[in-house]
Write a protein that binds this ligand. Structure first.
Ligand code: ADP
Length: 486
């Protein structure tokens, strides 16, 4: 499955990385450009103002406000001494030029009507002038005051050329370097995005290679300790579960078809032999009787399979009612005594309770469960053995133990005893008519009632199956696969 380039995470990541960085770059360039041009402008203003103030100070200290012409004598010297590059002009009270620095080469500094008006009001005036020859000039007209009257005017002008050049250079640098920076940024972001999603692509490729036939494969988690590693671990756990349930389904369908094929083969074999060789009605009757047994067996297997399948999808309902477990156990005891007669097995009932035990449950299912355990006990116990049914209570649970003195179950088989079609001695149990589904149904019934089942067994000594059921019935919502009718 391929992803359209525009939707690819790599493209989108690159785009957003690059966009974010480009915006940050542009904003910082604009900010620094404005900051520098503003600051450099302020620096020029400060310079010209400082020159004007120095000149004024000099006039006050040296000449104490006397004739402005006396200040004129020192103008050139001061410009030289202080290394001023600015143009200086001194005007008298009638605003006429009295002297100027040599760098003006005999020219005058402009003195417009607004500047004139301002100095007459004893205010300084700062302006920027466009020169005809090109370039710009920052010009300060500064009033010299004596006895609160205008004594003269100092004009200080500084060319903005070098400042403008610096700002132009800055702009040029940004314009030339900007696109380059953005190009390299995009490239860097592309490589970064590629590195970021490389493990995702690796995991996707590996996931695409996993099918029902190779479910044992796992996704590579690399050496990462991040969210991706967590996701891969999660997916691998999911694959573990899938593999297990696939294996179970395969095993189950294999077992089910095998179980059904065996009686069918017997049916066909017996029918063929009888059709070929049987002559008398008795021989045909025998064949039909034997066929009937196999049909019964198939019916039992199909019935049990259906019960289990329905229980899995929650189509099996439990009709919960209050019932007397004490009465049920006693009825089962009487029934089992009858069943045991043929094998001369002694049945005992032990009621380890001092009152009647009433529980909530589905009587039919509970009876089915206990009868299954009792008939197993009888089936796997040799003649003259004994069977014990015990009823006890504790911690809100009623427990029924069914103990036999039979052949027992080897320890290695105990963990699988409740699996479908699991038999300890496969050949023998089939001959006995067992389906291998009884205990799986027993477990379902116990758990659907909110209870549990366990088994303890010793070879040649016997087995005990213990079922514990909550007296109040199953907790609500705890068994979603069972429909409970109240
Ligand atoms: P089956 O119809 O074969 O009895 P179950 O599901 O009832 O199937 O039992 C599964 C297997 O567990 C049996 O095949 C048998 O090997 C073993 N088993 C069950 N109950 C007992 C018991 N009381 N004593 C010994 N083995 C038992």
């Amino acid at each position: 499955m391929s992803v359209s380039p525009l939707r690819s995470i790599k493209v989108r990541l690159t785009f957003w990385y690059a966009m974010t960085l480009a915006v940050i770059l542009a904003v910082s360039a604009l900010f620094s450009y404005h900051y520098f041009s503003h600051n450099l402008g302020k620096q020029v203003d400060r310079q010209v103002r400082e020159i004007a103030r120095t000149l004024e100070q000099h006039r006050i200290e040296e000449h104490r406000g006397s004739n402005i012409l006396e200040s004129c004598e020192h103008l050139q010297d001061m410009a030289h001494n202080y290394n001023w590059t600015a143009f200086l002009v001194l005007r008298d009270a009638s605003l006429q030029v009295v002297c100027a620095t040599d760098n003006l080469g005999g020219r005058e500094l402009p003195f417009g009507p607004i500047a004139r008006q301002q100095v007459r009001w004893l205010n300084e005036h700062m302006e920027t002038l466009e020169l005809e020859a090109g370039g710009r000039l920052r010009l300060l007209s500064f009033p010299l005051v004596s006895s609160e009257r205008l004594a003269g005017v100092i004009q200080v002008a500084q060319e903005l050329g070098p400042l403008q050049e610096t700002i132009e250079e800055l702009r040029l640098i940004y314009l030339v370097v900007g696109p380059f920076a953005i190009f390299w940024l995009c490239l860097g972001c592309w490589l970064l995005a590629e590195r970021t999603i490389a493990p995702i692509i690796e995991v996707t490729d590996a996931a695409q290679g996993i099918t029902a036939d190779n479910l044992s494969r796992r996704l590579p988690s690399g050496n990462y300790q991040d969210e991706l590693a967590q996701m891969v671990a999660c997916l691998n756990q999911m694959l573990d579960r899938l593999e297990k349930s696939f294996r179970r389904i395969r095993q189950f369908s294999g077992d089910a078809s095998h179980e059904l094929r065996t009686p069918l083969t017997i049916l066909r074999g017996e029918t063929e032999v009888t059709l070929r060789w049987a002559k008398t009605p008795d021989e045909f009757r025998d064949m039909l009787r034997s066929n009937m047994e196999e049909i019964d067996r198939m019916e039992r297997i199909i019935e049990s399979l259906l019960t289990l399948a329905k229980s899995e999808v929650g189509e099996l309902t439990l009709e919960m009612k209050e019932l007397s477990l004490s009465d049920l156990v006693q009825e089962l005891y009487l029934q089992s005594s009858l069943l045991c007669e043929t094998k001369n097995i002694k049945v005992q009932l032990l009621l380890e309770v001092d009152q009647e035990i009433r529980i909530r449950g589905d009587e039919l299912r509970l009876r089915q469960m206990f009868l299954n355990l009792i008939s197993n006990g009888i089936k796997y116990t040799p003649e003259n053995g004994h069977l014990e049914i015990t009823l006890a209570m504790g911690n809100g649970y009623a427990c029924v133990d069914i103990t036999d003195s039979g052949i027992g179950i080897p320890a290695e088989h105990l963990p699988h005893i409740f699996d479908r079609f699991y038999r300890v001695d496969k050949a023998r149990n089939r001959m006995d008519g067992g389906t291998g589904l009884g205990l799986a149904i027993v477990k379902w019934i116990a758990e659907a009632h909110g209870g549990s089942i366990k088994v303890a067994s010793e070879i040649n000594k016997g087995s005990t199956f213990s079922v514990c059921l909550p007296i109040d019935g199953p907790e609500e919502g705890k068994h979603p696969k069972t429909t409970i009718l109240e």
